[in-house]
Design a protein around this ligand. Structure first.
Ligand code: GRG
Length: 420
């Protein structure tokens, strides 16, 4: 009798605990920014399931919650957090846990790019991570194939600028935009890598003392800090040239006309009518005070050129690569423009409010430098509204593609919620 009563009491206490834990999970889910989409719901349910399965050993559950919270706060995807398991494992074998965090998933280790990215069970962040690993692998092959001889200082600086961090968002957009028109990821990887080379060159140059003067990028010393200024300049130059070499190679696309078209899209977005002009306007405002009072319109144009152009071109290039019709190509371009705007506003918000450890570079630089950004001109609340509008527009433009464009829709939402 007594044993039954004790058992019931214990069950009751566990039920109570379960309710409290569920509340807590909901709260944490809210804190780490789960949305309301079905994918997010599915992840949340997986969480709850995994947590509740461990309820009999409730201390373990509390520890898991703590792990989850720590990792999610650190910007790590929930799926990864689940793979790490309970904190006690972390304490018992930190190296094994850290390895499971950074090691490629079994799909990435075993599968072809199509198999890896075709897995419908992946969350968006896992998909972005899986694509990043594929792109990293292709980038290091291309650097070895087309870059300078191994062991040279220039090669080492190019590696430093490209490998070892970065979301690989532009190449992801190339791959996913091409996938929207039925192209397999492996067929889009080279063009995607070319876009990342241009992005990495721009970061290496932007970080130089003559430009934005940054010591840290992607959580590591910038190229000129790890090497020196002249090496960083030359590594950037070589990466820009390498991008066009990659695009020109038959491996990028069998049709010369398509390769030429991609080269055009990339050149327009990166050059004196695109990113370089945007950078020029930005530095002219900061260093020469031109114009004396920048308007919100001026800032929007500057950002569309500096940041938006390459993002929009990545989406357009994916469509070109996959042979999309001209109206479909135009849709992808417009989607990319809204996405670019969202990306830059989110970047300004991160600079204003972000944590340098999570962002991977110094924050608060814009206001310290007295730099006019959309956030400084219209305020945080209005910038958030504009960000939400940009994401809505990006989603609306993709409506003709229906569910086929789900990943690109999520990419637009991701730009708004990203932590780095
Ligand atoms: C030097 C010609 C020239 C241009 C530089 C890209 C750029 C133009 C400047 C970088 C300054 C900056 C912080 C711009 C805001 C948006 C941006 C490009 C952020 C960095 O891109 P992410 O977040 O970086 O995709 P990762 O590291 O993930 O690749």
């Amino acid at each position: 009798m007594r044993a039954v009563a004790v058992h019931r009491l214990r069950r009751l206490a566990l039920d109570q605990l379960e309710m409290r834990l569920l509340d807590r999970i909901r709260l944490i889910g809210h804190e780490v920014g789960f949305g309301r989409g079905w994918r997010e719901r599915a992840v949340r349910q997986r969480f709850c399931g995994a947590l509740l399965r461990g309820l009999r050993t409730w201390r373990l559950v509390l520890l898991r919650l703590l792990t989850l919270r720590l990792f999610c706060r650190g910007g790590i995807d929930c799926g990864w957090a689940l793979r790490v398991g309970p904190v006690h494992t972390l304490l018992a074998s930190p190296r094994c846990c850290i390895r499971s965090l950074v090691a490629p998933s079994p799909e990435v280790r075993q599968g072809t790019p199509s198999a890896v990215l075709g897995n419908p069970r992946m969350t968006f962040v896992q998909r972005l991570g899986a694509a990043a690993r594929l792109i990293d692998q292709r980038l290091s092959e291309l650097l070895a194939e087309c870059g300078p001889e191994k062991g040279e200082r220039l090669a080492a600086a190019m590696h430093h600028a490209v490998l070892g961090g970065g979301k690989r968002f532009r190449p992801f957009l190339v791959v996913e935009s091409a996938a929207l028109f039925g192209m397999a990821p492996e067929a889009a990887l080279d063009a995607a890598a070319a876009f990342e080379c241009v992005h990495c060159y721009s970061l290496a140059h932007d970080d130089l003392p003559a430009m934005d003067d940054d010591d840290m990028r992607r959580g590591r010393p910038t190229v000129h800090k790890a090497f020196d200024e002249w090496t960083a300049i030359l590594a950037g130059d070589a990466l820009l040239t390498l991008a066009f070499e990659i695009v020109a190679r038959p491996a990028t696309h069998p049709a010369p006309a398509t390769r030429a078209e991609i080269a055009l899209v990339l050149a327009h977005s990166a050059g004196g009518r695109g990113m370089v002009l945007g950078q020029m306007l930005d530095l002219a405002a900061e260093k020469r005070g031109e114009p004396a009072v920048p308007s919100a319109e001026h800032i929007r144009r500057l950002q569309a050129l500096k940041t938006g152009a390459l993002l929009a071109a990545s989406c357009e290039a994916g469509a070109v690569l996959a042979g999309a019709k001209s109206d479909e190509r135009a849709i992808l371009r417009r989607y990319g423009e809204w996405l670019g705007l969202a990306f830059q506003i989110a970047d300004d918000l991160l600079d204003a409010e972000g944590d340098a450890a999570v962002v991977g570079k110094a924050t608060g630089k814009d206001s310290t430098a007295g730099k006019a950004t959309l956030v400084s001109l219209i305020g945080i609340a209005a910038a958030r509204d504009e960000l939400a509008k940009a994401v809505r527009e990006a989603e609306r433009i993709l409506a003709p593609f229906g569910d086929q464009a789900a990943t690109l829709v999520e990419a637009a939402r991701f730009t708004a919620s990203r932590g780095n």
